[in-house]
Write a protein that binds this ligand. Structure first.
Ligand code: SF4
Length: 63
């Protein structure tokens, strides 16, 4: 299964929760989160990041 990460820079408030939940794929650059990759192949910590984001800036869909 391939999943696509949709990330809204506009919704991101730079709180860093996604980086704590999934440091493998998120970093903070210039006060906004940035996913290193937007395509994943397994259910991993990206789903934790999606769930924990207070502003729903991360949405993961099945390809
Ligand atoms: S958890 Fe959401 S609002 Fe917070 S830095 Fe990550 S993407 Fe941005």
């Amino acid at each position: 299964m391939v999943y696509k990460i949709k990330f809204s820079k506009k919704k991101c408030v730079g709180c860093g929760a996604c980086v704590v939940a999934c440091p493998e794929n998120y970093e903070i650059i210039e006060e906004k989160a940035k996913p290193k990759t937007k395509q994943i192949e397994t259910k991993d910590c990206n789903f934790d990041a999606e769930e924990i984001c207070p502003n729903k800036a991360i949405t993961i869909t099945e390809e």
